[in-house]
Ligand binder design. Structure first.
Ligand SMILES: CC(C)(COP(=O)(O)OP(=O)(O)OC[C@H]1O[C@@H](n2cnc3c(N)ncnc32)[C@H](O)[C@@H]1OP(=O)(O)O)[C@@H](O)C(=O)NCCC(=O)NCCS
Length: 180
């Protein structure tokens, strides 16, 4: 059984709560959860969620999807010299916040991403304090130009990613180098 499945020990009062890979049947619930947080989380079309369903984890409690988190591999030119994976779409339902579910999901996503041996995990967030607990530290947005070109370039909320109040953060990983 994959590590992210099964009952998470880190949740505070989450009896019968499971973190698992998402399936197509979860797409509608994921869409609704993301839409609940339009200020903090970039909205995603349901077709985008369906097409990327293999990059979502969900938290389920008694048959209800109460949290989600996703990831996206950022582009590299040529060989993957500094492979970066972005954590995105982290959304916990309003009634279910502050129960350890966000922490459990982010830890599970990190574990999942680390299987690919990235050099770093990236997040753009309004809640840097939350992500600091998992080893993320603030970096200048200019160091994440591939992220800015992938997503921020199409943002309609701010005229430039550099005026957007979201904080760029990175968690360095131990990268395995096949050529060393
Ligand atoms: C931010 C969010 C993911 C946290 O999930 P959660 O399940 O509520 O968080 P947890 O219970 O695991 O929090 C553990 C600790 O993280 C910190 N924390 C949680 N939410 C926080 C926030 N919004 N700001 C700063 N720190 C926060 C607190 O120290 C918290 O401990 P406490 O509950 O004893 O105060 C969730 O509140 C959410 O979905 N918010 C709206 C969307 C969002 O901001 N997503 C992140 C986009 S990058």
């Amino acid at each position: 059984m994959p590590a992210e499945e099964g009952k998470s020990q880190t949740m505070k009062k989450a009896l019968a709560t499971t973190i698992r890979n998402a399936g197509f049947e979860d797409a509608g619930a994921i869409y609704t959860l993301i839409k609940e947080h339009p200020r903090e989380v970039v909205p995603r079309a349901i077709s985008d969620i369906v097409q990327n369903i293999d990059r979502f984890l969900v938290c389920e409690e008694r048959g209800r999807i109460i949290g989600t988190a996703a990831w996206q591999i950022l582009p590299e030119i040529g060989k993957a010299l500094n492979p970066s994976v972005e954590i995105k779409s982290v959304s916990i339902g309003g009634h279910y916040q502050h129960r350890g579910i966000g922490s459990a999901l982010v830890k599970a996503v990190i574990k999942r991403i680390e299987r690919f041996h990235p050099a770093q995990i990236v997040v753009l967030t309004f809640t840097p304090e939350f992500f600091r607990q998992f080893g993320f530290h603030e970096v200048a947005k200019e160091t994440l130009m591939h992220k800015l070109y992938m997503g921020c370039i199409n943002c309609t909320k701010y005229d430039s990613p550099f005026t957007c109040p979201e904080v760029a953060m990175v968690r360095k990983c131990r990268m395995q180098n096949a050529e060393s």
